[in-house]
Design a protein around this ligand. Structure first.
Ligand SMILES: Cc1cc2nc3c(=O)[nH]c(=O)nc-3n(C[C@H](O)[C@H](O)[C@H](O)COP(=O)(O)O)c2cc1C
Length: 201
């Protein structure tokens, strides 16, 4: 498969950047080709604009959005890597999702609100987070993210199967971080194939 990894972190020496590299190493070890969209390094503009609104109404996609859509078009699997910020996405990834996965290209909700306009792609979210898993589950954040991202957002994008891997304790000890990096490698190495379009929802 061809695997696109999208990274939102300004610091190449960050834990999140290391997670993205480990994931890609794992994917390559399983024989996949890899491609990285490093949103900060590439200077992606996350601001949804009047030009984006015009494109939603049928005009040609803005050039930087079209470039991202071409990357998605050649990918069979997509992995998003970003640190959990305020129980959600940091602004760069949020803007990439808002602008690139546009109405009329990714989804339209006209005939079948559940179905994406895109072919099925295997999808993984690798999310470093400071919190422990029991803290997140007890407070309801784990269920909230599962609803918003797995049942919501990424279904519209045709990501199927969809896998959410929150890397709890990412600000913890070196030993803890090492085990999370090894997990990221294994997620890449064991990447699922896309569900057939007939089975996907
Ligand atoms: C602005 C900001 C908001 C954050 N919000 C959360 C949060 O809601 N939940 C959480 O578990 N960690 C939160 N964190 C911690 C980050 O997830 C953690 O620092 C990051 O995953 C570490 O990865 P990095 O070294 O690649 O930045 C937050 C950190 C920052 C800077």
């Amino acid at each position: 498969m061809h695997v696109l990894t999208v990274l939102d972190h300004p610091d190449p020496s960050s834990f999140s950047a290391a997670v993205a590299r480990k994931f890609m190493d794992g994917a390559e070890s399983a024989g996949h080709s890899v491609e990285l969209a490093d949103l900060h390094a590439e200077g992606f503009d996350p601001r949804w604009s009047l030009a984006d609104i015009a494109a939603d109404s049928g005009a040609t996609a803005v050039a930087d959005v079209a470039k991202e859509q071409e990357r998605i078009a050649r990918a069979d699997a997509i992995c998003l890597v970003f640190p959990l910020f305020w129980w959600g996405m940091p602004s760069m990834m949020k803007g990439w999702v808002d602008r690139v996965w546009s109405w009329g290209w990714a989804y339209d909700q006209l005939d079948d609100p559940e179905r994406s306009l895109q072919r099925s792609r295997s999808g993984v979210l690798l999310i470093p987070a400071g919190a422990r898993s029991d803290e997140m589950a007890d407070a309801g954040y784990s269920a909230a993210l599962d609803t918003a991202w797995i049942k919501g957002t990424f279904g519209y994008f045709g990501l199927s199967p969809r896998r959410l891997e929150v890397l709890h304790g990412a600000t913890g000890s070196a030993k803890r971080r090492q085990s999370l990096l090894e997990r990221s490698y294994q997620v890449g190495r064991t990447l699922a194939r896309p569900t057939s379009d007939e089975e996907a929802v």
